[in-house]
Design a protein around this ligand. Structure first.
Ligand SMILES: [Zn+2]
Length: 453
């Protein structure tokens, strides 16, 4: 199916995720040229003969999902440091990651992107911050893989310049020189960034975390991003150990540290934000700073539960992230919606997050975090990023409410995923690449990394 075709999807329930959260029980979507031209109840209005029709009966259509935080390279190192907290886990894994090369990165990126699209994700970020000396350009394999698979991509040029010898957590061998980082980041913007509406690729500037990056790099990264009109991303307030590090090193808690560096604003989104006070929640909301909530990773590392209900009710943009597969062991975004709802309820009771509120995180909330107003809902003139979920199978049949079936029900691969009108998943399978060869390449690359580390 070409992105230029005029196509109608009909006979499906539709959760548009527009401002009014409009839903249709048996509706239609018409798309053309990679954009949506009509959405509504019942059959599509009279259309020319021969138009392609997709039978959506038994399915729910939602906007394609948006993943706001990920580290694709971590597909190479799953299942390690199983009982570790964040700092222990990083300390065990940094020396392994120091051996990643371009071919390994390509295998990991293709695997990670395949898992994402099969779970309904049409737009993803990748925060890549490990650039071992002499390993070459590790951003390029992820970018070409995203293009191959057909996913909308926001690669974040990450970085670390605060090694162990200067009081940071990572070993010096995985850090880079500050000027080299800024030059490489600028090159990435020049080479790849497309600011146009409907863009398939936007670069962000993304120093890694307070305990692996110098204050100087944080400041200069922000200046570079603002000069070039690209977004800023980093990890923040993930664990109590990080909070202690900030208080000891800078005399302030993580949010205050960022505020002092000019790092709060509507062009910034932050991964995690688990440990926030009420006033810090307000501060993020008032400044328009986004949060990428990563519930599975936070649970896996025992980091805690982010105050999502407080953040969204204060008005902060909140999206969802799978985070790296080394602290998730998976990378499917669909199941993260359910996970977000469940952990919010553990923390705040059964009204803390509704099924629709959880779906909103993965769609319109993610779009806000990434500064995209042309994705995240199904409305005329929006990009044709559409996920069609089968709900008449054994796992979901008979549930009265299709959105509840999707979110409360057992997670399953998406039936059909369109990105800019192009099918990237059909009948639950990758339409743009061969899944078994991706798995075989990942297996080979992971073994090679194990042997070289
Ligand atoms: Zn992360």
């Amino acid at each position: 199916m070409n992105s230029t075709d005029r196509v109608v999807i009909e006979g499906c329930a539709i959760a548009t995720m527009d401002d009014e959260l409009t839903e249709y029980s048996n509706g239609h979507i018409v798309l053309e040229g990679g954009a949506i031209v009509a959405v509504g109840e019942g059959s599509a209005p009279a259309l020319e003969p021969g138009i392609r029709r997709i039978d959506g009966s038994g399915c729910l259509a939602t906007p394609g999902l948006i993943n706001c935080h990920h580290h694709l390279y971590q597909w190479l190192t799953r299942g390690r440091a199983q009982q570790s907290n964040l700092f222990e886990w990083l300390t065990e894994l940094y020396p392994v990651w120091a051996h990643i090369d371009v071919d390994m990165q390509r295998a990991a990126a293709r695997a990670g992107l395949a898992a994402l699209v099969r779970s309904g994700c049409s737009t993803t970020t990748d925060h890549h911050y490990v650039f071992p000396r002499g390993a070459g350009d590790l951003l390029e394999p992820a970018i070409t893989s995203a293009r191959e698979l057909g996913v909308r991509f926001h690669p974040c040029r990450g970085s670390m310049d605060l090694g162990r010898s200067r009081g940071g957590l990572p070993p010096d061998e995985v850090t880079e020189d500050r000027d080299a980082i800024l030059a490489a980041t600028e090159r990435a913007i020049d080479s790849w960034h497309d600011p146009a509406s409907g863009s398939m690729l936007r670069i962000a500037v993304a120093p890694c975390s307070p305990f692996s990056v110098t204050t100087e790099l944080m400041r200069e990264a922000a200046a570079l991003a603002r000069e070039r009109g690209v977004r800023l991303h980093t990890h923040l307030a993930e664990t109590l150990e990080e909070q202690e590090f900030c208080v000891e090193s800078f005399g302030v808690r993580p949010v205050e540290y960022l505020a002092d560096l000019g790092w709060l604003g509507s062009d910034v989104w932050l991964a995690h934000c688990v440990h926030l006070s009420d006033s810090e929640v307000r501060r993020l909301a008032e400044s328009g700073t986004g949060v990428a909530h990563c519930p599975t990773s936070n649970a896996r590392l025992g980091a805690g539960i982010a105050p999502v209900a407080s953040l969204t009710s204060a008005g902060a943009p909140v999206g969802l992230g799978v985070d790296g597969a080394a602290s998730n062991e998976g990378g499917e975004l669909g199941p993260e919606i359910r996970q977000a709802m469940l952990v919010a309820r553990i923390a705040g009771g059964p009204t803390a997050l509704t099924a629709r509120g959880a779906l909103a995180l993965a769609t319109r909330g993610g779009a806000r975090c990434l500064g995209r107003d042309e994705i995240g809902s199904l409305e005329p003139a929006m990009e044709a990023d559409i996920a069609l979920w089968r709900l008449d199978d054994l796992d979901h049949a008979g549930m009265a409410d299709p959105v509840a079936a999707l979110v409360f029900g057992p997670p399953r691969p998406v039936e059909l995923l369109l990105v800019k009108g192009r099918a990237v998943v059909e009948e639950g399978l990758l339409a743009t690449a061969d899944e078994s060869s991706i798995a075989a390449d990942l297996d080979k690359a992971s073994r090679r990394l194990l042997e070289s580390a």
